[in-house]
Design a protein around this ligand. Structure first.
Ligand code: ATP
Length: 327
């Protein structure tokens, strides 16, 4: 559905995107997660044909966005960061205007308008001027215009930004319902939003894709944390040589002791320890008489992955590459 290859974009001296590539298949609901300024809006504007990249290509359903901008835009439902609303118009008049702008034939408009209005729960508010609506309801109007033409692909830029907790929950329900019929890509800087909505996350930082993974895979990856009283010279090497180990990062525990994050290798079959690295590490520690302080299994969550990626110089980050969490 979406094929992004080697996108780069600068605004003057600011390098907003650097060699960004990813693919999104039909039916997926994907969160583009990153801190402020990571480049999320820039990617979305390029995907929707509103901004030209300096380098790279975007194919939507096999069509190059730069060459077939209008055709691609006709296939996408797009909700920009600030929904393009006309506050003086009523909800009904605005949606009718959007149907005309989308060149939906008059004969089809009635049914499509009614579907979009019911899907977004706007039926009680049709005659109200948009200016009199709450921010949550204005966001619903933005979503209604995005789904009016029944797009197979929905691209939403920070769809819940600025909403109160109740409105956030409502808009999330709505997005989940819309995802039954469309592929959805949305940007956010909120971890819980990704956990609540997506089956896959692409983490963007400083204009680069740092991780691209299914949430179930992130959480199924088995890591262990080993904390010792002192750091034996060969511990990292020996841990690294265990057959079930992918990588070993060194850091200091919160109370200042030498610590190791040991990452499990991904295998098709579960081993005898059910993917738990601790028994093998414990055996190694006993054999070499390491001064053991703590050994625990560490289930990786989106939050731990994000924090590791966001912390420059964290030794554990060195072994947590994008390739490792990628599918
Ligand atoms: P936010 O979550 O704050 O909206 P973002 O992840 O969407 O951030 P972008 O808006 O894509 O990030 O911005 C990426 C980088 O490009 C930032 O450093 C931003 O300051 C810069 N940038 C974006 N638009 C422009 C512009 N029109 N001119 C100059 N710099 C820009």
């Amino acid at each position: 559905m979406i094929d992004v290859s080697n996108l780069s974009k600068s605004y003057g001296d600011v390098e907003a995107l650097r060699d960004v590539s990813f693919n999104i298949g039909s039916g997926e609901i994907v969160g583009l997660l990153g801190p402020n300024g990571a480049g999320k809006t820039t990617i979305i504007k390029i995907l929707t044909g509103y901004l030209q990249p300096d380098k790279g290509t975007v194919l939507i359903n096999g069509l190059d966005v730069l060459e077939h901008t209008r055709e691609v835009q006709a296939q996408i439902g797009y909700l920009p960061e600030t929904a393009p609303l006309y506050p003086e118009l009523s909800v009904q008049a605005y949606l009718k205007m959007m149907a005309d702008l989308r060149q939906i034939p008059e004969a089809e408009q009635r049914a499509l308008l009614s579907e979009a209005i019911y899907a977004t729960g706007l039926q009680e508010h049709l005659t109200r001027p948009i200016a009199h609506l709450s921010k949550g309801f204005r966001q619903r109007v933005g979503l209604a215009q995005a789904i009016l033409h029944k797009p197979r692909l929905l691209i939403l830029d920070e769809p819940t930004v600025g909403l109160d907790p109740t409105q956030i929950v409502e808009i999330r329900h709505l997005i989940r319902r819309l995802a039954d019929h469309s592929t959805v890509l949305f940007s956010t800087h909120i971890l819980s939003e990704v956990e609540a909505l997506c089956n896959r996350v692409i983490i963007l930082m400083n204009g680069e894709v740092k991780a691209d993974a299914r949430l179930s895979e992130l959480e199924a990856t088995s890591d262990a944390v080993l904390v010792l009283e002192q750091r034996p010279a060969d511990a990292q090497n020996l841990l690294q040589r265990l057959p079930q180990v992918q990588g070993v990062g060194m850091f200091k525990s919160h109370d200042g002791f030498p610590a190791y994050r040991v990452l499990g290798r991904k295998t098709e079959k579960r081993d005898a320890d059910g993917g738990d690295l601790c028994p093998a590490i414990y055996k190694l520690a006993r054999e070499h008489d390491w001064p053991l302080r703590e050994l625990r299994r560490d289930v990786r969550t989106l939050e731990t992955v994000f924090n590791e990626l966001a912390t420059p110089g964290n030794a554990a980050t060195n072994v947590m590459t994008a390739a490792e969490v990628a599918q």
